[in-house]
Design a protein around this ligand. Structure first.
Ligand code: AHR
Length: 492
């Protein structure tokens, strides 16, 4: 079948939110301690932060980082993590000791060094609406008990944290912090009212789901107080047990984010908050999560060893990179509603950066962020795609996933093209005519593909890195390599 992409006539170009390139960090495994924060490391700066991690996050222009959980936050009390005396506490969620040396002040300082917006997720498990708003006071006021407390802790200037979420997955992904549907809406409404009484222009989120049974009642009760619903997407929790991940199986998941977004938009419309009145924040997303019986549960305890296996650099291949590009493409296609996304997590576990004593590994997914944040133009132009199918058993997906971005005055365009085929190159006919661009003989592009679909980066082995290439254009078509993400640049 002939593969081609055409610009949709008359469709407006939309300036998309760069916040979709955000990240998430949780007090979980070695993401914070021994990850981004490690005073013992030879790479630590004067505050104990890993400089190499900060540099890498600046390289991918990280716009926002959500913290401190995740499920961790459902039993976290922020007051334990501020001030001179830090008492280690038992982290009931992950059943380990948290030293509390990395708390709110350290997080804000780290965000400033990274150059990103802080986004704080509050405790709606064992916490109260008042504890949440006290936290907003601590960050944003100069007066009152908590504003003064921050100043006394050495930070007289308010932090002006704008993004605040009520809870994490309180719909019951984890036993701690779970609420009933009936409890959730009123809990969110009360929390939002208190938080807004401190910071009027705060952007407020609530833990939601692309499921009507949970989210419609939430929106009925608390919709008028919210700016975002926070939803999570992990599309194949079990892949981590395979190493490498079964590539084709991952590719069969690449349409799922699009479907999930459409379902969620339908729920917002039905509740009367469509058209961007309330936006979507995918504040945790990744192809995989580690949830699996082998990794434990609250009753049986956690199998830390098994969990560590999820933290090998070699587990993250081109499958992860291409799924991630397809996820970001789906967000871009719905950029009027999808405003924020946080890859989960940013350091270690299944994140784009893997930290070791002698440096970091930029995993395959890191380079997807690098290409998108440095290589795309600022506006989205809707396109229609005609493409052949890639099949596995009874499942199939289009062989290509494509988005088109352009600059404000229409003089530059960048196509982002995923060729999901594990073995074959495919030709794709591009639309030059609708853009008013003369068909060139060659196009410049940046390609991420590695040497095979299962290729990965590891300590001392950075095999999957973006490469600059020149593509011949024949009859408006270019040939894209197998298992690749390519940015193609067009100029008038
Ligand atoms: O990353 C581990 C957990 O996955 C997070 O704490 C939770 O929010 C998600 O289910």
């Amino acid at each position: 079948r002939h593969n081609s992409v055409s610009v949709m006539p008359g469709a407006p170009k939309v300036k998309y939110s760069k916040m979709i390139f955000g990240q998430f960090i949780e007090h979980f495994d070695n993401q914070v301690y021994g990850g981004l924060y490690d005073p013992e490391s030879k790479f630590a700066d004067e505050d104990g932060f890993r400089k190499d991690v900060i540099e890498a996050l600046r390289e991918i222009k990280t716009p926002i980082v959500r913290w401190p959980g995740g499920c961790f936050v459902s039993t976290y009390h922020w007051l334990d993590g501020v001030g001179k005396e830090r008492t280690p506490v038992y982290d009931k969620t992950w059943q380990v000791e948290d030293p509390n040396t990395f708390g709110t002040d350290e997080y804000i300082k780290w965000c400033r060094k990274v150059g990103c917006e802080p986004y704080i997720c509050t405790n709606a498990g064992t916490g109260t609406p008042e504890e949440m708003s006290d936290w907003v006071e601590y960050c944003n006021l100069t007066i009152g008990k908590y504003g003064r407390m921050r100043a006394a802790n050495g930070h007289p200037e308010p932090y002006n944290v704008k993004y605040w979420s009520v809870g994490n997955e309180n719909w019951g992904a984890h036993e701690l912090g779970a609420r009933t549907v009936q409890e959730w809406g009123p809990m969110v409404r009360e929390s939002a009212k208190l938080m807004r009484s401190v910071t009027k222009d705060a952007k407020l989120f609530a833990a939601a789901k692309s499921d009507k049974k949970w989210t419609l009642p939430l929106l009925r009760e608390a919709g008028p107080y919210l700016d975002y619903i926070a939803i999570h997407g992990y599309w194949d929790p079990l892949f981590h047990v395979n190493n490498p991940a079964p590539y084709l199986k991952c590719m069969m998941k690449t349409d799922a984010p699009e479907q999930d977004i459409q379902r969620t938009i339908g729920i917002l419309d039905e509740a009367g908050f469509g058209g961007g009145k309330i936006k979507i924040a995918y504040d945790e997303w990744n192809l995989r999560n580690w949830h699996h019986p082998w990794h434990g549960d609250l009753r049986r305890g956690f199998d830390l060893e098994a969990r560590r296996k999820n933290d090998m650099a070699s587990t993250y291949t081109m499958a992860d990179a291409l799924f991630s590009a397809c996820f970001l493409n789906a967000c871009l296609r719905h950029s009027d509603v999808v405003d924020i996304a946080c890859f989960a997590p940013v350091v270690n576990t299944r994140g784009p950066i893997f930290v070791h004593p002698d440096g970091i590994v930029r995993r395959t997914t890191f380079y997807v962020f690098k290409m998108y944040t440095n290589g795309l133009e600022d506006y989205m132009l809707p396109v229609a795609l005609e493409a052949g199918r890639l099949t596995q058993g009874s499942q199939s997906t289009a062989v290509f996933d494509v988005v088109l971005t352009g600059n404000a005055d229409g003089t530059r365009y960048v196509y982002a093209v995923v060729n999901k085929d594990p073995e074959k190159s495919h030709a794709l006919t591009l639309d030059f005519k609708s853009l008013g661009v003369k068909e060139p003989r060659k196009l410049k592009g940046t390609v991420l593909s590695g040497t095979s679909a299962d290729d990965y980066n590891d300590i001392g082995k950075e095999r999957v890195v973006p490469e600059e290439r020149s593509f011949e254009v024949r009859d408006a078509a270019v040939v894209l390599p197998p298992h690749s993400l390519t940015l193609l640049r067009l100029e008038k």
